[in-house]
Design a protein around this ligand. Structure first.
Ligand SMILES: [Zn+2]
Length: 100
């Protein structure tokens, strides 16, 4: 009774919006792969992905990716600086050698 009324309301409120959203591809909450959902509420590209997501305690690769990227960036930052310094030293030597 109540669900039917709610559904009717939602359909009457924004029928085109519902149609559009169902057609739009989205990214899987688990593996971050784009997929075409067959249902509006579908969050995962496959049933296995949904199970994997909940088995891992709701931690998705998509959410972890920015954190991992940040960690890698932090880890290589000091090395990038030393590479930059070395390159500058070589460029200075080259300039000197070419000018003389
Ligand atoms: Zn997936």
């Amino acid at each position: 009774m109540v669900p039917r009324r709610t559904r009717g309301k939602a359909l009457a409120a924004a029928p085109t919006k519902r149609k559009k959203r169902a057609l739009t591809s989205r990214r899987c909450r688990n593996c971050d792969t784009p997929f075409a959902p067959s249902r509006e509420w579908q969050e995962f590209c496959a049933d296995d992905c949904r199970k994997e997501f909940h088995r891992a305690g709701g931690v998705s690769i998509g959410r972890l990716t920015p954190i991992i990227e940040q960690m890698v960036r932090e880890a290589i930052r000091p090395h990038l600086e030393s590479i930059r310094q070395e390159r500058e030293a070589i460029q200075m030597q080259l300039r000197k050698a070419l000018n003389v």
